[in-house]
Design a binder for this molecule. Structure first.
Ligand SMILES: Nc1ncnc2c1ncn2[C@@H]1O[C@H](COP(=O)(O)OP(=O)(O)OP(=O)(O)O)[C@@H](O)[C@H]1O
Length: 247
């Protein structure tokens, strides 16, 4: 099966030296691929490179077989992403935010009301439909951002720390939505600090440390946290012995 989203030996340095080095990653259709790492490991940078939000110094990012530097509206319309802060125009209502997100993805106006109704039901936001986004709690704003990313049933999904600010009920709704998208064939890349949550949803777990991919973890591992910290520690020790860069 062809990869739906792929990074091929991508490097990008920020001024100051941090960034990502030679990262290669592939997400297949129907796969939930989790990216885990300590703060500053490079997860958001990797996702921004995949989405064409950052230009690589070298290497290439592909979505649906298309280099993101040459991706057209058709490719972007099949993508749903949440990077850093949820897409929510504070002055606009929940309904208007979802409508704009759908329009940006080229969803025809006739289809949008039913799509929005389904999204607010799925994320338990119906009672807030006519409230301005800025008056929502942080958790509900996050739900809105996730709903906006997923409502058009994208084939490619990129979610950076989507559990941020979510309460347990929101986390379960997110989990169900992610698993549903993948079961319908979407490729999902998701970063998270919550290893127990990752274990519940991921088919594949990739570990990042100090801007590089250092290996994978088995989602069925009984002690995922221990395996994660061991792999990071081993990498830190190997780098310090080699006199390599630190995170
Ligand atoms: N715009 C920037 N300019 C300079 N350095 C940056 C910039 N953005 C990120 N960095 C640095 O690059 C490294 C990777 O950051 P990144 O945000 O990708 O990590 P992360 O794994 O997503 O971390 P977190 O879990 O804290 O979000 C960090 O050392 C960070 O400080």
């Amino acid at each position: 099966m062809t990869d739906a989203m792929m990074l091929d030996r991508v490097s990008r340095s920020y001024r100051g030296g941090a960034g990502v080095r030679e990262v290669s990653l592939a997400v297949r259709p129907g796969e939930v691929h989790a990216l885990v790492g300590l703060n500053g490991a490079g997860k958001s940078t990797l996702m921004k490179l995949l989405l064409g939000m950052l230009r690589p110094d070298s290497g290439a990012a592909m979505i649906g077989g298309v280099d993101v530097r040459r991706a057209d509206a058709r490719t972007w319309s099949k993508l749903g992403q949440l990077i850093e802060t949820p897409l929510a125009y504070g002055e606009l209502t929940v309904r208007a935010n979802l409508d704009i997100a759908a329009r940006l993805r080229g969803v025809p106006s006739i289809e949008r009301p039913a799509m929005i109704a389904e999204a607010v039901t799925a994320f338990r936001l119906t009672e807030y439909l006519n409230r301005r986004a800025r008056s929502l709690s942080l958790g509900n704003r996050q739900r809105l951002g996730i709903a906006a990313a997923l409502q058009h049933e994208p084939a490619y999904v990129v979610l950076d720390e989507p559990t941020n600010a979510l309460d347990p009920a929101g986390t379960i709704l997110l989990r169900e939505a992610v698993i549903r998208r993948a079961s319908q064939g979407a490729a999902v890349l998701i970063s998270s600090h919550h290893l127990d949550e990752v274990a519940r949803i991921a088919d594949t777990i990739t570990v990042m440390n100090a801007g590089r991919i250092i290996g994978g973890l088995d989602p069925h591992d009984d002690d995922l946290e221990r395996a994660f910290f061991q792999s990071v520690l081993r990498d830190d020790e190997a780098r310090s012995e080699a006199g390599g860069p630190s995170a």
